[in-house]
Design a protein around this ligand. Structure first.
Ligand code: 5GP
Length: 143
């Protein structure tokens, strides 16, 4: 698994403004924030993208995300925020170690979203549902 700047941050070889740490998770301020309080929450387990993360690391990060979100809201006074999680270069991922962005809406700043829904046929939805549900069941069986 390739080394990233986040591995160095986890090991303490590169400084960060950390706001939370436990055995499995680290959270720290983004060095190029979209808004004041923009925080990154990362698993200590090394995985490039979310689909490669173990169940244990996923559970650990899932437990922490709401706590950090509440802390960011309380500290910044924001009442709205986005959680962003990019996977793959085409999806705007720049650091290939799983990370969740918590981006509060502060002083008009935050995450800008381009959202252009496409038209979809019901038959296509049905076929897709079947296919994804089958794949999800296979994933669940793998354990
Ligand atoms: P991505 O586009 O991969 O989802 O976002 C990576 C994020 O990591 C960016 O928002 C970027 O500002 C942040 N980042 C990259 N290098 C560092 C670093 O060395 N320290 C901190 N604190 N954030 C970083």
């Amino acid at each position: 698994m390739s080394e990233t700047i986040f591995s160095k941050i986890i090991r303490g070889e590169i400084p960060c403004h950390h706001v939370y740490e436990d055995d499995a998770v680290l959270a720290f301020l983004d060095v190029n924030p979209l808004s004041r309080g923009h925080t990154l929450v990362i698993p200590k387990e090394v995985a490039k993208t979310l689909d490669q993360l173990s169940d244990e690391a996923s559970a650990a990060i899932g437990r922490v995300l709401p706590k950090i979100a509440r802390a960011v809201l309380a500290a910044t006074g924001a009442t709205s925020f986005n959680v962003l999680q990019n996977n793959g270069a085409d999806a705007h991922q720049a650091v290939f170690h799983v990370h969740f962005h918590i981006i509060p809406k502060v002083e008009g700043r935050g995450l800008g979203i381009g959202w252009e829904p496409m038209k979809v046929e019901t038959a296509d939805l049905k076929a897709l549902r079947e296919k994804i549900a089958r794949c999800a069941a296979a994933e669940t069986q793998k354990g």
